[in-house]
Design a protein around this ligand. Structure first.
Ligand SMILES: *Cc1c(COP(=O)(O)O)cnc(C)c1O
Length: 350
């Protein structure tokens, strides 16, 4: 019998003792595990091919000693999200968009998580007082047209809470689009059923952004989950985090983007790893991302090329691109092409 999604959740490995009992010879760090407890679904565990940190799945979910490095530039809340909540749980950094923290629960706790301060508590979902305050805020701020439902993982909310939330957001006529940020298609794809996809599609225009980091994660199960959502008319996007030793080569990102496109998931962002506690060993130089972008452009359909971005406290995301402009005069601009030729573009004469 295939496990249901609930069984997968219940049978997740959450303690050091359980991990060591099942995998007595596999490396794991007790201190890192105590600082940010692990949580791994049997499904995600099944994607591991080598039980050590050279494996891209293992490295994303098993605590390692390198997480203990604590240089001064790492922070618990690197994007200063706590200071940007006009009401608790509602983060606003742009005039037209807000992000809602709906739960601390996730199916798998990613070691690179940028909201460990929230996800380590598994705090339960949205209470009615909080929901009322969010809706009051949205009504008072009609300039907000885009609501990002995030967490934690909103697709782990009890269904009544999830749909009450979505229904409440939809009572605010100034909200144009809803986005759900979820890693469920990657870590617990069986949670995406035909029924859930149909129920979500009732809140259109609703977009789903997911978080595939490596080609190994694009399994038949994940592809099926994406198909159910796409067939229900839900546009899908993907946000990858660039992680050293996991996906920081141009070939890995190219393969991932091609697989995503084939499954109707548009690569949306390629993020520089946030300056969050426990991630120093995952960080790549900015040049790594820039080189990947230079490699993708010209090789891969424009449709499959993500925005490479760095997130900053208070000021939002900064998109980074390899420099194309070499020099300028009023009459012409010298540009570098993706295959490293220099061309001269004449500016219009006014
Ligand atoms: C990333 C983010 C958004 C959405 O940004 P987009 O570039 O529109 O995807 C909105 N609010 C917050 C707080 C964010 O961190």
């Amino acid at each position: 019998m295939k496990k249901t999604w609930n069984q997968h959740l219940q049978q997740s490995i959450c303690t050091l003792a359980e991990f060591q009992r099942r995998f007595p010879h596999a490396p794991i760090d007790a201190t890192a595990c105590a600082t940010f407890p692990m949580r791994i679904t049997p499904y995600y565990l099944g994607l591991i091919r080598t039980f050590d940190f050279s494996d891209p799945i293992y490295a994303q979910c098993v605590p390692q000693s390198a997480e203990r490095a604590a240089p001064r530039w790492l922070d618990e809340d690197p994007l200063a999200e706590r200071a940007q909540q006009p009401v608790p749980g509602l983060i606003q950094r742009y005039p037209d968009r807000v992000l809602l923290i709906t739960t601390g629960q996730c199916a798998v706790r990613c070691r690179h998580c940028m909201r460990k301060r929230i996800t380590k508590h598994e705090c339960a979902g949205v209470d009615t007082t909080t929901l009322e305050r969010w809706i009051t805020y949205l009504r008072a701020h009609p300039e907000v047209r885009d609501v990002l439902v995030s967490g934690g993982d909103p697709l782990l909310l009890p269904e009544t809470q999830l749909f009450d939330l979505l229904r409440a957001i939809r009572t605010v006529s100034s909200v144009e689009i809803i986005r759900i940020a979820t890693r469920i298609p990657v870590t617990l794809p069986m949670r995406i059923t035909r029924q859930l996809a149909r129920q979500l599609s009732a809140f259109a225009p609703l977009y789903i952004n997911t978080h595939f980091n490596h080609p190994v994660e694009v399994t038949p199960e994940a592809a099926h989950a994406a198909k159910l959502l796409a067939d229900a008319g839900i546009p899908l996007g993907n946000q990858t985090v660039l992680l050293k030793g996991i996906n920081d080569t141009p070939e890995t990102i190219e393969t991932l983007c091609r697989l995503l496109l084939r499954n109707r998931i548009r690569p949306y962002y390629l993020f520089q790893c946030d300056l969050v506690e426990g991630t120093e060993h995952f960080r790549t130089p900015l040049d790594t991302g820039l080189a990947i972008m230079g490699y993708l452009r010209g090789r891969l359909s424009g449709l499959g090329i993500p925005h490479f971005a760095l997130d900053t406290p208070e000021n939002g995301k900064i998109e980074l691109l390899p420099n194309a402009i070499l020099s300028r005069t009023p009459a012409y601009t010298l540009l570098r092409t993706t295959n490293n030729k220099t061309i001269r573009y004449p500016e219009p004469k006014n």
